[in-house]
Design a protein around this ligand. Structure first.
Ligand code: AMP
Length: 116
C-alpha cells in the first residue's frame, strides 16, 4: 500500500487548497506553484502512487481525469488557444508527489514539449 501524501489531505479537505472540482472519482485544485496562468492538478480520489500502479479497474477514473481536464480548460477559457496535459512518473519523469496527478497548464504559449 502506498504512503499517503499531502494530496490525500486536500481530497479530504483537511488542509486548505483552491479546489475547483470534486466528484466521486477525482479532485482538481490549483497548483501551489503555478508555471502558467492556468495550472490545475487533477488527481484520483483513490491513492495511486504512480502511473506504474494503475490497473484496469482504474480506467474509469483515468478517463474521468481527461473529461474533467476538458471541462476545466473550457472554464479557464484556454480550450481554444490550447493547453498541455502532463503526467510525470518516477525520478526521470520528475515526479515529486507520489499520488498520480495530471497537470493542466495553459494561458500562454508553452513552448517546446521538452527543454532538451
Ligand atoms: P510533480 O513534479 O509532477 O510531482 O508535481 C507536483 C506538483 O504539486 C508541483 O507542481 C507542486 O507545485 C504541486 N504541489 C505540491 N504541494 C501542493 C499543494 N499543497 N497544493 C497545490 N499544489 C501542490
Amino acid at each position: 500500500m502506498a504512503e499517503e501524501t499531502i494530496f490525500s489531505k486536500i481530497i479530504r479537505k483537511e488542509i486548505p487548497a483552491d479546489v475547483v472540482y470534486q466528484d466521486d472519482l477525482v479532485t482538481a485544485f490549483r497548483d501551489i506553484n503555478p508555471r502558467a496562468p492556468s495550472h490545475i492538478l487533477i488527481i484520483p480520489n483513490k491513492l495511486i502512487a504512480t502511473v506504474n500502479d494503475m490497473e484496469a479497474d482504474d480506467e474509469l477514473t483515468m478517463g474521468r481525469m481527461f473529461t474533467v481536464a476538458k471541462k476545466l480548460a473550457k472554464e479557464e477559457g484556454i480550450d481554444q488557444d490550447g493547453y498541455r496535459l502532463l503526467v510525470n512518473c518516477n525520478a526521470h519523469g520528475g515526479q515529486e508527489v507520489y499520488h498520480v496527478h495530471m497537470h493542466l497548464v495553459g494561458g500562454r504559449p508553452l513552448g517546446p514539449m521538452l527543454i532538451n
